[in-house]
Design a protein around this ligand. Structure first.
Ligand code: 3HC
Length: 295
């Protein structure tokens, strides 16, 4: 049987965390959004406010409803505010040491009956569950970017996850209008296991001169019906995140399809992280993205 969830903690207000917090508040949950400091928190909250305002402008929401959603989100720079959350979802940087350090601290503070979830894209859920005192109440809840729009949440059961915690996570995802698909605790789960080699292959195709950046993207949009071309999508996911995911997948499977292409390594060395940094396969400094002029 699923546990009752009323208050949800979200750790990290970045690309994924702000969207997860918004989706939970829209579904009626009280949300505590924690960021490392007030300035970073303000950026995450501003992104939510912008999306809520846009929905009102488009007539998809009323001002009253948007205010109510915003009113359910409490921002903080302190872990202590998470103490009475029923569910805590982490969406911090895709780094295992950072996640472990964070869980050790949070586990001390949050009530023992709460369920913990990681939004990791690729790391094994059990590695995080094992550093907490509640490995049976630990799951993966993997949202997709933008969390406000994408229908899927992968619900990941690791070897220690209890039936009750798993049911709680499934029900929580469905209560937000998401399609909840259960997956095993295998690196990349379902979507990234298939999507990441495709994105890496698009980078290799560009390296080999098969087409230009925009030709590859336009071809996949028009030829395969994808909403975004693979190089646009790589920028959208974040090239740093893509690099971290492919390293984890390569480490796990030792297959070339998961290996980091040299071009990705060089782009990361240049500080080009995709849309979030303003430069990736495209340059985002103008009104509309243009292929990176350095290519
Ligand atoms: N928040 C809220 N709503 C948003 C939004 C956001 N961040 N971004 C877009 N939207 C809404 C728009 O408001 C619009 O709503 P409307 O139709 O009601 O007006 C709708 O989404 C469509 O947006 P746009 O018209 O601006 O643009 P597009 O039609 O190009 O859609 C897109 C944008 C939904 C992002 C679409 O291009 C898409 O589906 N792209 C693929 C995204 C994808 O594959 N995501 C998964 C990445 S992998 C991942 O996240 C896993 C991780 O582990 C790496």
């Amino acid at each position: 049987m699923a546990q009752q969830i009323e208050k949800v903690g979200v750790l990290g207000g970045g690309l994924m965390g702000h969207g997860i917090a918004q989706v939970a508040a829209e579904a009626g949950y009280q949300v505590v959004l924690r960021e490392v400091d007030e300035a970073t928190l303000a950026k995450g909250v501003a992104k939510i406010e912008k999306q809520l305002a846009r929905a009102v402008e488009k007539g998809k929401s009323t001002q009253e409803d948007a205010d109510a959603v915003r009113g359910r989100i409490f921002g903080t720079a302190h872990y202590r505010e998470l103490a009475d959350c029923d569910l805590v979802i982490e969406a911090i940087t895709e780094s295992l040491p950072l996640k472990l350090e964070m869980w050790r601290e949070v586990d001390e503070i949050v009530k023992p009956e709460a369920v913990f979830a990681t939004n990791t894209s690729s790391l094994a859920v059990i590695d995080q569950a094992a550093v907490t005192g509640r490995p049976e109440r630990f799951v993966g809840l993997h949202y997709f970017n933008p969390a406000q729009v994408m229908k899927l949440v992968e619900v990941v059961r690791c070897v220690t996850t209890s039936q009750e915690a798993f049911d709680t996570a499934l029900e929580f995802a469905r209560s937000q209008g998401k399609l909840a698909i259960p997956t095993k605790d295998k690196a990349g789960f379902i979507v990234n296991r298939l999507l990441v080699p495709y994105l890496l292959d698009a980078i290799r195709a560009y390296e080999e001169g098969v087409g230009s950046v925009d030709e590859i993207d336009e071809a996949m949009k028009a030829g395969a019906g994808h909403p975004m071309g693979p190089l646009t999508l790589a920028d959208f996911v974040g090239l740093d995140t893509l690099g971290s995911i492919c390293d984890v997948l390569f480490e796990e499977f030792r297959e070339r399809r998961f290996a980091r292409p040299p071009m990705l390594r060089k782009m990361l060395a240049a500080g080009w992280f995709g849309r979030k940094s303003g430069m990736g396969f495209y340059d985002y400094s103008g009104d509309a993205p243009q292929p990176n002029p350095a290519f």
